[in-house]
Design a protein around this ligand. Sequence first.
Ligand SMILES: [Zn+2]
Length: 200
Amino acid sequence: MTQISLEKCKWCNGSGRDYSISPNCPCMDCESTGFKYGKVAKEEYDRQHEEEMEKAERAYIQSMREIGKRVTCWELAELVRWIHPRHIDFSEGNLVERIKNFGVYTLQEIPIEKISRGDYEIFEEDIQKYASMSLETYPPIILGDVFGDKYDNVDGNHRVESHVLRGESVILAFVPDYETRIEDCEEEEEEEMEEFECLI
Ligand SMILES: [Zn+2]
């Protein structure tokens, strides 16, 4: 494959504008792309940029998939922001607030039968999104408290359903270190106030 040169346009010095006419005037020499070879070079630049972004994303997810890895709730908040860039669940489900119930999480392989299912609405297209990912590349899910003998699934219901469809029995999950539970001070204070009000 011949490498397409990303040399910049000499006429506009890479700005894409012809300042000799006006700051708003597009440079005719490079089709206002700023590249010597015009749109072909711009496309190549975009392709390379996208490739680098994808590579960085893959490296990031791989680094979050090392069993035994310990992360803070802040690192997990970053992970869910990356997973749900525009997802409505992100703001409506209080995802970050729920993650911050614990300070530290450890990555483990958890049997799916130990995870609570059916508590949330499931969207077919989201299951399909994960079904198209290889098992080596999906981001781990995030678990919370244990109710009965099952973990509450804080983030990753669609990944669990997609695993079930594939016949998988385990899934990678960040499990809270329960001794790092962060007590909600405000709630406790409110409860105390209510008790106090009952007494008077
Ligand atoms: Zn130019």
